[in-house]
Design a protein around this ligand. Structure first.
Ligand SMILES: Nc1ncnc2c1ncn2[C@@H]1O[C@H](COP(=O)(O)OP(=O)(O)O)[C@@H](O)[C@H]1O
Ligand SMILES: O=C(O)C1=C[C@@H](OP(=O)(O)O)[C@@H](O)[C@H](O)C1
Ligand SMILES: [Mg+2]
Length: 168
């Protein structure tokens, strides 16, 4: 494989953080979750960053982290669901890594994100918020080099699919 990082993108709840950890364990590559890095840098959870500083400040931090992290190599980089919205981030991802998009059915996403109520963009009526955002971001992940629907697959199978693809 010519590219030295794997970048996971996709809507909230498609499994980027979970699959990223699994891939990192299997490949022995460093695991980096951009959300976790931002939380460590700012010393507070994502929900607090949104609440105290607003989404725009979070997006700026996210772009900075993506640019910095992509300078390294042999990393599995799990991004947040909105990281792909900025064109510069998409350009950096494609330049610095092999970009894999994870997807899932709306029902699956609703079920998965309902179990963890910390995501600031899907507070309140989770079903309605997810459906609206899914519509807004319908084509946001199309730029990826590989797209995997995770609805019917366990995490281990998704990691294997990605590893199989890297061998080609
Ligand atoms: N393939 C899968 N099958 C079943 N549950 C999954 C799968 N991938 C992730 N999950 C679960 O869905 C939830 C969201 O996963 P997470 O990795 O945080 O997604 P993301 O980082 O894309 O928002 C977690 O509870 C996780 O255990
Ligand atoms: O879709 C989004 O805009 C967001 C997704 C979250 O990450 P996950 O996709 O890992 O849940 C996190 O970055 C933040 O809450 C915003
Ligand atoms: Mg995540």
């Amino acid at each position: 494989m010519s590219k030295s990082n794997i970048v996971l993108v996709g809507f909230m709840g498609t499994g980027k953080s979970t699959v990223g950890k699994e891939l990192s364990n299997r490949l022995g590559w460093t695991f980096t979750d951009t959300d976790t890095l931002i939380e460590v840098q700012q010393g507070m959870p994502i929900s607090e960053i949104f609440r105290l500083h607003g989404e725009a400040a979070f997006r700026k931090a996210e772009s900075d982290v993506i640019e910095t992290v992509l300078k390294g190599e042999r990393q599995i980089i799990s991004t947040g669901g909105g990281a792909v919205l900025a064109e510069q981030n998409r350009t950096n991802m494609l330049q610095g890594g092999f970009v894999v998009a994870l997807s899932a059915s709306a029902e699956t996403i609703i079920q998965r994100v309902s179990q963890d109520q910390t995501r600031p963009l899907v507070q309140g009526n989770v079903e309605e918020r997810v459906k609206t955002l899914l519509q807004t971001r319908k084509h946001a992940y199309d730029f990826a080099e590989l797209i995997i629907d995770t609805t019917q697959h366990p995490v281990s199978a998704i990691a294997e699919l990605i590893m199989e693809h890297m061998k080609k």
